[in-house]
Ligand binder design. Structure first.
Ligand SMILES: Nc1ncnc2c1ncn2[C@@H]1O[C@H](COP(=O)(O)OP(=O)(O)O)[C@@H](O)[C@H]1O
Ligand SMILES: N[C@@H](CCC(=O)OP(=O)(O)O)C(=O)O
Length: 373
């Protein structure tokens, strides 16, 4: 009997689709929202951190504006999203308040993920919200995106947010019990896949084309989302948002829906990605004390251990750490641009704010963003 990947997961991203959130497009399903909020409150009480990615802004906006169907013109969809997002916010805020939980609205675009500085800023904000015990409610910032740069479906957004916050599991709640061997709306003989490896190409063929008239991506985008989430080591679970106590039962280890397993642990995968995919933009020359802290204690790199800064780089860029002889020791994502790194090198962390007028992070490179060579 398989055990749910949610059982050991501490940080979880839950994504709910438009048709679930809006009662198949009829208007916000307050009962369902209250149910998920109650379940997420239980997960929070168990010490888990939950980020909620919710669709439904366009569908709710269409309902509020009294339109018969989802418009095709992008500016009309954007207008509908702006109207509907107000409803989503209000509904989640009151559903979570009933459990003494605060919520935060976070609207992201593709550019926020592609740009390293904005990526790091979004990550820091989300991690701060989680540390404060707030439930971030995320959606795409539909108002400012064009068709070309749209995520378009929130399955992709859910996966990228999972990478961003290093979630250990992504739960995609939808209107089906999970991924079937074929679309169950069209093929009565389709059977539920209980477990598979995220990234298995056979899944893409089963998932077929677009989804319901209310939703956007269908199962295909969920399968691709699982593949993306697996890149940072997270497992994906696709399950029905209508299943009673779905989240708490999953968290208790019950295998519900489809579980798509990742093969790597989150941190290892993230570090591999850092080492393999980014271009080195500059070099930090570290002293012997810093070398020992990195290599022997697995510590973060603090400004005090840096004796020289070479090259021009921005916050979020990859830099290499070398010793005075020029031997490369490590690579990592730097928290400060080169100009500021020069001003804070050789200085204790307590001086950063006085020297720069701001404190981004206490370390120059956090150990989660550092790969030893
Ligand atoms: N192999 C499959 N297994 C399950 N559902 C599938 C499959 N292929 C296509 N679908 C369709 O995908 C739909 C869910 O996608 P979508 O409507 O975009 O949901 P959401 O709004 O939750 O993202 C299902 O209702 C189903 O008709
Ligand atoms: N940002 C959009 C989400 C797009 C969408 O429909 O996604 P989904 O239902 O998850 O396939 C919205 O809130 O309407």
């Amino acid at each position: 009997m398989p055990v749910s990947a949610l059982l050991p997961a501490h940080r979880i991203v839950v994504k709910v689709g438009s048709s679930l959130v809006t009662n198949e497009g009829r208007g916000l399903d307050h009962t369902a929202l209250a149910r998920w909020a109650a379940e997420i409150a239980k997960l929070a009480a168990m010490g888990k951190q939950v980020v909620l990615v919710s669709s439904g802004a366009v569908a709710e906006g269409v309902a509020r504006l009294g339109w018969k169907e989802k418009p095709t013109a992008i500016h009309e969809k954007q207008a509908a999203a702006a109207v509907g997002q107000m409803g989503l916010c209000q509904a989640y805020e009151s559903a979570f308040r009933a459990h003494g939980l605060k919520t935060a609205q976070v609207l992201l675009t593709h550019e926020d993920m592609a740009d390293r500085t904005r990526y790091l800023n979004a990550r820091t904000t989300l991690l701060t919200l989680l540390a404060l015990g707030v439930i971030p409610i995320i959606n795409e910032n539909d108002t400012v995106v064009t068709a070309e740069i749209k995520f378009g479906d929130n399955d992709t957004l859910g996966a990228l947010v999972t990478n961003l916050v290093e979630g250990e599991a992504l739960v995609i709640l939808t209107d089906q019990q999970g991924l079937y061997t074929a679309d169950p709306r069209k093929d009565a003989s389709a059977t539920l896949i209980q477990e598979a490896r995220a990234g298995d190409v056979a899944l893409e063929a089963m998932a077929g084309g677009a989804g319901s008239s209310v939703g956007t991506g269908g199962m295909y985008t969920k399968v691709i989302a699982a593949k993306r989430a697996a890149r940072s080591g997270a497992a994906t679970i696709i399950a029905s948002g209508r299943e009673p106590d779905v989240l708490t039962r999953l968290a208790a280890g019950e295998a519900i829906g489809t579980q798509l397993i990742a093969e790597k642990t989150p941190l290892a995968a993230r570090k591999q990605w850092i080492a393999a995919h980014l271009q080195v933009k500059g070099r930090l020359v570290v002293d012997e004390g810093a070398r020992r802290a990195l290599a022997e204690k697995g510590s973060s790199l603090l400004p005090i251990g840096v004796i020289a800064v070479e090259g021009e780089f921005s916050r979020g860029d990859m830099v290499s750490c070398i010793n005075a002889e020029g031997v490369e020791l490590a690579r990592g994502l730097v928290n400060y641009p080169a100009s500021d790194a020069r001003r804070i090198m050789r200085q204790p962390t307590s001086q950063i704010e006085a020297l720069l007028g701001y404190l981004e992070e206490p370390e120059l490179i956090h150990r989660d963003n550092l790969v030893l060579l």
